[in-house]
Design a binder for this molecule. Sequence first.
Ligand SMILES: [Fe+2]
Length: 407
Amino acid sequence: MLNKEIFEFPIVYTNPIPRIALGWGAHQTIGDECKAAGMKKALIVTSGLKGTGIVEEIKGIIEHAGVATEIFAKTTSNPKDHEIMEAYKVFKEAKCDGVVAIGGGSSIDTAKCVRVIDANGGQHVNNFTVFLDPPFAETLKKMKPCTVPQISVATTSGTGAEVSSWAAISNTKDRAKVLVSGPNVQSTLAVVDPLLARTQPRDVAAWTGFDAMAHGIEAFVTKVQGPYAYGMLLRAVELIHNNLRDFVYNRMDKDACERMCWASTMGGIAIGFGAGAGIVHGLGHQVSALTDCHHGRINAVLMLAGELYNQPAAVDKFAALTKAMGVDTTGMTKFEAADRWFDEIEQLLDDLEIEPGNLSKQFGLEEKDIDHIVKVYSNDFCSQGNPKEFNKEEVTELMKHVLHEPY
Ligand SMILES: [Fe+2]
């Protein structure tokens, strides 16, 4: 047996990634792609994206290709287990044979869950959540692979859900945000069209863009070996740092918009290439489960506190991230370069008008919630690869601190 102390993460596992169609006007191809995937009737899964006309247009494109549609437009942020079961009911009753998710991570992940449920006899979605304990590999072994095709149309530029093999959902009974996975759960095709991304409201563009930044950073500083992902992550961080401000304040800036689309997709792929996320996502998920706050926003809010906690365990990597952000680190020690990363992120948050920390004031989180948050986090994958090993007292202290402090 391998010595866990010496080889904590000896093997890199990569998740499959879907075909990706990225470019201006890519959404025009969705009808043909549905047909090519063998769909006769597609369930469109979305929050509705009211006022953008996107859902109506894509529905028309699919039907023009001779594929019938049904719509489930009740997806909400941090998709809830009961909403997912309702989406599955619509899928089944309408006799659909494919899904087209249109939206951000919530719609795309709801659609993935519909396929997992369908492949596994209509069981409740909470039967397919994966944890450290029981070992997720055992859960996956019991699951049948998804067979229904999924086209995921990203309308935000941040989550990377369109290219990932995971779904993040809310277990409302346990008040926890949990991960669902399964064999072949990844999308059949990811459509990333900057024309759609530029319809995001300003705050959503900032929050989801920061989610992409969180993927770039967390997957880079992780303890899990990630050589495949490193180049992609540094490039993603560089693109986001250089373009997120321009995109947030002018979504018609076509270069900034396209670069954010590339960067968000890179982050999603890199996480799936064995790198994974860390404490920011892990704690952020559970704050979202209790307060329903936006996923990207909470990652931005927790970024400084989470990484300040991690910094001593990943000084070289934070120094490399500072360099990727365009800072000339010549003449700096690695410690100075690593410290500079925090200045850059603080400035970016300030420029995007995102307030760090202060979870009590911003989201109404209370001290009595912290035990629950830390407990769920301890069994989440995000705690496994985090640079600093999980320590209940330290993480509790961190959460108590950011209740009333910025970081
Ligand atoms: Fe994320």
